[in-house]
Design a protein around this ligand. Sequence first.
Ligand code: ADP
Ligand code: MG
Ligand code: MG
Length: 251
Amino acid sequence: MLEIKNLHVDLEEGEKTILKGVDLTVEAGKVHAIMGPNGSGKSTLSYVLSGRDGYEVTQGSATLEGEDILAMETEERAAAGLFLAFQYPVEIPGVGNMTFMRTALNAQRKARGEEEISAADFLKLIREKAKELKIDAEMLKRPVNVGFSGGEKKRNEILQMALLEPKMCILDETDSGLDVDAMKLVADGVNALRSEGRGFLVITHYQRLLDHIKPDVVHIMSDGRIIKTGGPELALEVEKNGYADILAEVA
Ligand code: ADP
Ligand code: MG
Ligand code: MG
């Protein structure tokens, strides 16, 4: 599904190299997690995959079902089936959540050469998805993320993910600010959307999140590379002993 090969990334400004040869393959139907010390490049990896400005790929590749993601515009990435959830969703005063989600869905349809969804069909669809995820539809009437609690923002993001039916979901839940309830929400959302044709890459600092998600594969990133890959037990090892042992072992 997602194949990253020997990815090297520099900051566009300054001399700094952040990713120094990342290799990672996420198969359809699998949940992969990336953990790693602060500053190892986890968020940079998700930013580069999302097409954020400020980074320069100097070597390597990233493909989604064989298609070159890095050559795509951001909207094309979404149309191709990539979904990126970030920890701090933007607030958009004056734009209703419902309008926002319908616009996002229609943009994806347009990029795929499909017809726009009608207002009535959209309403039906979003209510269905909200119900599946046990999300109160009242939230849909408010402006995007304005005054939402951390948990509501998370819920909203998961709903957006459900609506767009991506093939590959990347979640960066790295820093603090996710309380246990919000963490559980994210986990429940991911678990509800887990399916045979869909891959997940969950980036996190917290082993706790992985208690609820139960990843198939865990990767440890350090200094711009994946330095160790294993099963769920690797996350438990990190929780117990921190990163020091793994770093020493690899060195
Ligand atoms: P992680 O998410 O693993 O904590 P990041 O990808 O956020 O790591 O950061 C990796 C390294 O790159 C850090 O040393 C960070 O300071 C640096 N970095 C990332 N983006 C920028 C930026 N825009 N400007 C300066 N330094 C950056
Ligand atoms: Mg960080
Ligand atoms: Mg980060």
